[in-house]
Design a protein around this ligand. Structure first.
Ligand SMILES: Cc1cc2nc3c(=O)[nH]c(=O)nc-3n(C[C@H](O)[C@H](O)[C@H](O)COP(=O)(O)O)c2cc1C
Length: 248
């Protein structure tokens, strides 16, 4: 059984590739949350369980942590996690393993999606990350099928500082949804509302508006076909990400 959470498609794709190799069933955490399903009611009768999610500010996204804390996993089930990240994850996986005990864990580098502060990867870098991810995923599938205990996490420099100090100021920014604005014509397609994993975007009077449970995942910003959804001052001069562009 593989549970995944994904805002812009990278983690969903990684979860799908793992599921192809392991033949395990895929379940979208976000859909379960939206349906109001109680994680503690989920019956796990597989002999392994994987959780796949993006790295957000050197940690697992809060909705994922809240979800796994309430799962009841029978004894003896092999438990693993895979975090996708643009670069590295600091101490985020160690912290995640305190909420959800892990036998194995991996990071998989995928194109970066956090554009309020950073540029998107160049096409060459993004393509290389995805090409390399195939080999990484094959490694993961192999280890999962054999229930190998592995800890293969790219922490990067200053891991504690990033996952503790920087993360604390990052989550304070969640409430600043006034930073979302439109820089041009909205065609009222509603894709931003559909893409939001938090159901935080509503279409009112044909235009998006944001309430206060944003996790800054940028799904609404990237999906907008008009590229007019902006967050603060940083996103206007940056491109938009679509995984489809890089899949052959
Ligand atoms: C809010 C936010 C924070 C991020 N923080 C990190 C980070 O700390 N380290 C990193 O390497 N990548 C970071 N990224 C990049 C994502 O982890 C990466 O692009 C991931 O594959 C996106 O997965 P998704 O498409 O499934 O949402 C961040 C992206 C977002 C939107």
């Amino acid at each position: 059984m593989i549970f995944y959470f994904s805002c812009t498609g990278n983690s969903r794709w990684v979860a799908e590739q793992i599921a192809l190799g392991t033949n395990d069933k895929l379940t979208n955490i976000d859909e379960l949350i939206k349906k109001g399903e109680n994680p503690s009611d989920i019956i796990i009768n597989d002999d392994r369980i994987g959780i796949v999610f993006p790295t957000h500010c050197w940690r697992a996204p809060k909705p994922v942590v809240d979800f796994v804390k309430r799962l009841s996993v029978p004894k003896g089930v092999f438990r693993y996690a895979v975090a996708t990240c643009g670069d590295n994850m600091g101490k985020g996986m160690r912290m995640f393993s305190k909420a959800f005990h892990l036998d194995s864990a991996w990071t998989v580098q995928m194109p970066n999606t956090y554009i309020p502060m950073f540029n998107l990867d160049t096409d060459e870098v993004a393509q290389k990350k995805i090409d390399d991810a195939h080999a990484r995923i094959a490694e993961i599938v192999d280890a999962v099928c054999q229930c190998w205990s592995t800890w293969s996490i790219k922490e990067g420099g200053f891991p504690r500082f990033k996952s503790y100090a920087i993360y604390s100021s990052f989550v304070k920014g969640y409430k600043h949804t006034e930073r979302f604005h439109l820089s041009g014509n909205c065609v009222e397609c509603g894709k931003c509302a559909e893409a939001c994993p938090m159901e935080n975007v509503k279409i009112e009077g044909g235009k998006p508006s944001w309430s206060n449970h944003c996790i800054q995942c940028m799904a609404c910003v990237h999906i907008c076909p008009q590229k007019v959804i902006q967050y603060g001052k940083g996103t206007e001069k940056r491109g938009r990400y679509s995984l489809l562009k890089y899949l052959k």
